[in-house]
Design a protein around this ligand. Structure first.
Ligand SMILES: O=C([O-])CC(=O)C(=O)O
Length: 234
């Protein structure tokens, strides 16, 4: 077996019924129920404004050689409408990993739900107009990718400081992307649904003047913060 240079065609996939239920949950709400430690770094941001507001799919992982997209090209041939292709690129920002040809193929021929790149893209003007597929990337550069490999598909990777396993649930919206471990997804859902309802209630209270702010004073007091009713004398 060629570790570092191999493609697994199979993944353990999440339960479609569980995936479906994440479709109405903002990523921020779910992240708050996961210890707030499941979100990819903020550099990886949404490039376009798809018609849907929430992306949910099963991770098809790609471990790309930095600045090289040979294995990403292959991943696009393997992914489908319930998949999000998630690409690790070891932090390289020098070469774009994808442009209009690949993105149009992914969106229109393969109907892939989303692509999350730990690196830049090119043809950003066109890609930002895509309506169906979600595209996350770190920025843009005209410099194109190499096509040499090596690389891996459907192995555990690290993207934006977060571990991603093939078949994990990838949840994204305008805020960014979180990774929901496949095996914990049902438990996370149980907590996230009532959390989202409570959060919506807090927004409503904030709008209608009914917000309860007592917790701020209570927390500051608990932390021993000195409250001084005077100006700062420098
Ligand atoms: O060179 C590549 O493989 C990427 C590219 O520019 C495109 O997809 O348009």
């Amino acid at each position: 077996m060629s570790v570092g240079n191999r493609i697994f065609l199979q993944r353990n996939l999440p339960d479609p019924k569980i995936m479906e239920q994440f479709r109405n949950l903002p990523a921020a709400n779910v992240a708050d129920t996961m210890g707030r430690s499941c979100a990819l770094c903020s550099e990886i941001h949404l490039i376009n404004r798809p018609k849907d507001s929430i992306m949910v799919g099963a991770a098809l992982t790609v471990k790309a050689r930095p600045g090289d997209n040979l294995f990403i090209h292959r991943a696009l041939d393997l992914a489908g409408e319930n998949d999000v292709v998630v690409v690790s690129n070891e932090g390289d920002r020098s070469q774009s990993l994808m442009g209009e040809i690949m993105a149009v193929y992914a969106e229109h021929t393969r109907k892939i739900r989303g692509i999350v790149l730990d690196g830049p893209i090119r043809d950003v003007d066109e890609l930002s107009k895509m309506e169906h597929m979600f595209l996350y990337a770190t920025g843009s550069t005209p410099g194109g990718p190499y096509k040499e490999g090596p690389g891996e598909i459907n192995v555990p990777i690290s993207v934006g400081n977060i571990a991603v396993n093939p078949g994990d649930i990838v949840l994204g919206d305008a805020d960014g992307v979180i990774i929901i471990p496949r095996k914990d997804a049902d438990k996370i859902l149980e907590t996230a649904i009532p959390f989202a309802v409570a959060d919506a209630g807090k927004v409503d209270a904030a709008r209608t003047g009914k917000a309860n702010r007592q917790w701020v004073a209570d927390t500051l007091e608990k932390k021993g913060v000195e409250i001084i009713d005077d100006v700062y004398h420098g």
